[in-house]
Design a protein around this ligand. Structure first.
Ligand SMILES: [Zn+2]
Ligand SMILES: [Zn+2]
Length: 269
């Protein structure tokens, strides 16, 4: 079963009254209350996944029509194997087979609990571990032997690694793919940092739907953490991206954020 609002999976025989992820101040519960959906019913209603090659070695997978938050998953495939990042809240056999033609799946992982989707369903179908950043394990709604906890920095393969950054959630993470963007590096950021519609800056928030900020100290910490990673492109959880110059854009955006929350520009309000 999945929560209809966030599409995170739950054990069907132990459904909570309200999805804890949506009841949290970072998300929301619909005005008419909690709704649950089951994957078989979605399948029967014609739900499907759209597969789009975004760049050599990276595929974007999106549920159509939108399921839950409606993220676009990122599938990165390297000679050593692949990573399914921010998995959709839906799965189908055709897409599973297509993922498997690209080689062994090293891991299914999400940037943070809003993006868990049906991650253990994917992990089981792909016979891959589901990597969950340890501080956020309490948000798991489904138990599975596939789940493995990690923290800090976690290398999946040469040039493909996960890094805990924090901020949006204590365990909020990014994935770094060194071979992306023609070898200049791609950062898959979920909404740990959020590529903005201007395609030249990023946002940092505790809650995006409810607009809850982070402190200057936390944004400085995130920026310092990302400054140690080499990338030129950043891709968010809806396929929103800064195509190049992204490392500098992240640092510039963090400085701007700190200036505003410190009050440097209060004369302009
Ligand atoms: Zn939910
Ligand atoms: Zn989120």
């Amino acid at each position: 079963m999945i929560c209809a609002t966030c599409a995170v999976e739950y054990d069907g025989d132990a459904l909570p009254q309200v999805c804890p992820i949506c009841a949290d101040e970072r998300q929301w519960v619909p005005a008419d209350g909690q709704h649950w959906q089951d994957l078989d019913a979605l399948r029967a209603a014609g739900q499907h996944l759209v597969w789009a090659e975004a760049e050599p070695g990276r595929v974007e997978i999106t549920a159509e029509p939108k399921v839950g938050i409606g993220q676009t998953a990122q599938l990165v495939h390297t000679p050593a194997g692949s990573l399914l990042w921010d998995p959709p809240g839906y799965i189908d056999a055709g897409t599973v087979a297509r993922v498997r033609t690209l080689g062994p799946v090293l891991a299914v992982a999400a940037s943070h609990p809003h993006m868990f989707g049906v991650q253990t369903e994917w992990g089981e179908a792909l016979q891959a571990p589901v990597l969950v950043c340890e501080p956020d394990a309490r948000w798991l709604g489904r138990t599975s032997d596939r789940v493995q906890l990690w923290d800090g920095d976690h290398e999946l393969a040469p040039g493909l690694s996960l890094h805990r950054v924090g901020g949006h959630f204590p365990g909020a993470a990014v994935a770094l793919w060194a071979g992306g963007a023609g070898g200049r590096g791609v950062l898959l950021s979920g909404d740990t940092v959020f590529p903005n519609p201007d395609r030249s800056s990023v946002g940092f928030l505790r809650s995006y739907p409810n607009k809850i900020p982070l402190s200057a100290a936390v944004v400085e910490r995130i920026a310092a953490r990302l400054d140690s990673l080499e990338f030129d492109r950043v891709v968010g959880n809806f396929g929103n991206a800064i195509e190049s110059g992204a490392a500098a854009a992240v640092q510039r955006s963090a400085r701007r954020y700190v200036e505003w929350v410190r009050g440097d520009h209060d004369d302009d309000t």
